[in-house]
Design a protein around this ligand. Sequence first.
Ligand SMILES: Nc1ncnc2c1ncn2[C@@H]1O[C@H](COP(=O)(O)OP(=O)(O)OP(=O)(O)O)[C@@H](O)[C@H]1O
Ligand SMILES: CC(C)(CO)[C@@H](O)C(=O)[O-]
Ligand code: BAL
Length: 318
Amino acid sequence: MASEPEVIRDKTAMRRWSRSHRSKGKTLAFVPTMGFLHEGHLALVRAAGALADLTVVSVYVNPGQFAPSEDLDAYPADLRGDLHKLADLGVHAVFCPTNLYDYGEGGGRGEVQARRTEGAVGSSGLPVSCLEAAAGDGSGHETWVRVEKLERGLCGMSRPVFFRGVATVVAKLFNIVEPDIAVFGKKDYQQWRIICRMVRDLDFAVKIIGSEIVRESDGLAMSSRNVRLSPEEREKALSIYKSLSKAKYAALHEQSTCQELKSLVVQLVTEAGGIIDYVEIVEQESLIPVEEINRPAVICIAAWFGTVRLIDNMEINP
Ligand SMILES: Nc1ncnc2c1ncn2[C@@H]1O[C@H](COP(=O)(O)OP(=O)(O)OP(=O)(O)O)[C@@H](O)[C@H]1O
Ligand SMILES: CC(C)(CO)[C@@H](O)C(=O)[O-]
Ligand code: BAL
């Protein structure tokens, strides 16, 4: 039986753990997560395990990437279950920080929720996340990492504080864990590209690996949020995978235009009962919208089923 991972809650202790192993010449692979782990996460952990001597997984639901109107308080959690799964995979340390932001976090998600303000823009006119809402607008944390162009489109349109929150917390986690390698899922395609760009632009000494999307046997992309779908919504949500697959086929075999491909996805998901947030076809690296698929592209979607917003994508390599 694999030994239990060390559970580290304090950021100074995490850095100490990492440095003590690195000083002995060990390499470290890191998988940041928000917990409630499923096979998609575990695939990243296995990939990480094959790439370095030691694997660290973080479990942290980051208030800095949720707007007050979003689903921070509804985000599922099961730390005990997560630790069992990670022990089975031989993970060495699990970082569940309680003091990542030294202020404003108080009792965690409950306290953030209790002091939450409405909307995503504070009195200063600047975007406000649940982290700022909890600390009092304008006080506490004020340094944000922004990947300015890549964060604008796709999920950045409807989640205005999301990517600055993700880039900032990942920068903090990299500074604390000091990994050699970090693994991200391509399910969150824009997030993966943003982290690659941040690492390049800010010279983080971390190699970023993008890991393929893991799907349920019927094609639905695994996501912690799937647990919040009713059985009927779960069935309807399959339209995402089905429509992306049809669009990819049409792109490769029927010379359809991007407009036709996007309309096809919108139509199939809407007919199934989903509410479209966006459907876009973009270049794989720059995420710039394309009119024609004559170079590597990716078709990205976000859609609501009931109160659950799901994202998915499919790469198209002509
Ligand atoms: N189905 C999947 N396939 C591959 N990677 C995944 C999958 N689901 C999540 N990941 C990756 O796991 C990491 C942690 O993601 P996170 O904890 O937010 O899980 P999640 O399932 O994406 O949750 P949600 O979408 O509900 O926020 C991210 O790099 C994400 O891309
Ligand atoms: C990368 C991440 C752990 C940052 O909070 C989160 O956005 C996620 O789980 O994808
Ligand atoms: N997987 C991305 C985390 C989020 O949606 O907040």
